[in-house]
Design a protein around this ligand. Structure first.
Ligand SMILES: NC(=O)c1ccc[n+]([C@@H]2O[C@H](COP(=O)([O-])OP(=O)(O)OC[C@H]3O[C@@H](n4cnc5c(N)ncnc54)[C@H](O)[C@@H]3O)[C@@H](O)[C@H]2O)c1
Length: 267
């Protein structure tokens, strides 16, 4: 085991759009990163790319909704590098099913991944940070859905609302240990950035959301990673228990038309 002063982070769901951008940002900041995903291939692909660029990373396959697998991520960080400074709970799933059509399994799966996983990891991660005595940060990746209802997303909206409250409670409980706990709530982040007006090839759902983004484009993983970087920087060391919305302004108010088509009616 190597013990050094280099900071150590865990990123769950790091094989995905947002998690991979966060993991990359952290390695640029000098963190050693446990790159977790439930898909071994995704975790290894991201870890391979980052280590190829000179970063110190460890790919660890694991399903965060299974307590032993979640706790194993913390054990791997401590066993490999002797400390834990940052936990980013990014793994999440977002199926879309009307409540009347939803089976128990889908409901439980969404809560398992989006809330129970962060609970297991926050508990194990906070215990490790307290034992290390260096303080630390926890950043939960929430969603606009945490406080804005969406058709077909009773489980998703509920789980993210609960994650927001978990964030606030933990911020209060862990403050005395020098551990800050915040959440970033992204808006629409797709594999590529689309600008307004929505092109005809865009699916109707994403096009409708894009029309409601005042800044006129969908998000990229880096937009979220940049805010995580701010939240773990000493510059934000008086911020804890916050849910930071990062969505191009889509929750600021109502936008009924894309900017290019908006014209105030003559009086
Ligand atoms: N993309 C968006 O528009 C958007 C908007 C708001 C919030 N979010 C949130 O951001 C987070 C990341 O979303 P994304 O867009 O990168 O999604 P994504 O599907 O690209 O990535 C999610 C990753 O998590 C992994 N994963 C799924 N279940 C897991 C589990 N049980 N254990 C470990 N890993 C698991 C998946 O394999 C995948 O690689 C999620 O929590 C999501 O709810 C995304």
């Amino acid at each position: 085991m190597t013990i050094s002063n280099e900071l150590v982070a865990i990123v769950t769901g790091a094989g995905g759009r947002i998690g991979s951008a966060i993991a990359a940002m952290l390695t640029e900041q000098g963190y050693r990163v446990v790159v977790n995903d439930s898909s071994a291939a995704r975790a290894e692909a991201v870890a391979g790319r980052l280590s190829g660029a000179g970063a110190t990373v460890m790919a660890v396959q694991g399903d965060v909704s299974v307590r032993e697998e979640a706790e194993n991520l913390v054990a791997m960080a401590l066993g490999g590098w002797g400390r834990l400074d940052l936990l980013v709970n990014c793994a999440g799933i977002f199926p879309n099913t009307l409540l009347v059509d939803m089976d128990d399994r889908e409901w439980e799966r969404v809560w398992g991944v989006n809330l129970h996983g962060p609970f297991y990891l926050c508990r194990a991660g906070a215990r490790a940070m307290i034992a290390c005595g260096n303080g630390g940060n926890i950043v939960n990746i929430s969603s606009t859905a945490g406080d804005s209802a969406r058709r077909g997303a009773a489980h998703y909206c509920g789980s993210k609302a609960a994650l927001n409250m978990l964030t606030k409670v933990l911020a209060i409980e862990l403050a005395e240990h020098g551990i800050r706990v915040n959440a970033v709530a992204p808006g629409l982040v797709l594999d590529q950035v689309w600008t307004s007006p929505p092109p005809p090839e865009m699916d109707a759902y994403s096009a409708a959301l894009l029309r409601g983004i005042p800044l006129g484009r969908t998000g990229a993983g880096e937009d979220i990673a940049n805010v995580v970087r701010f939240l773990i920087d000493p510059a934000s060391n008086w911020i804890t228990g916050e849910i930071i919305h990062v969505n191009g302004g889509s929750t600021a108010g109502r936008v009924s038309l894309p900017r290019s088509e908006y014209k105030r009616p003559d009086r």
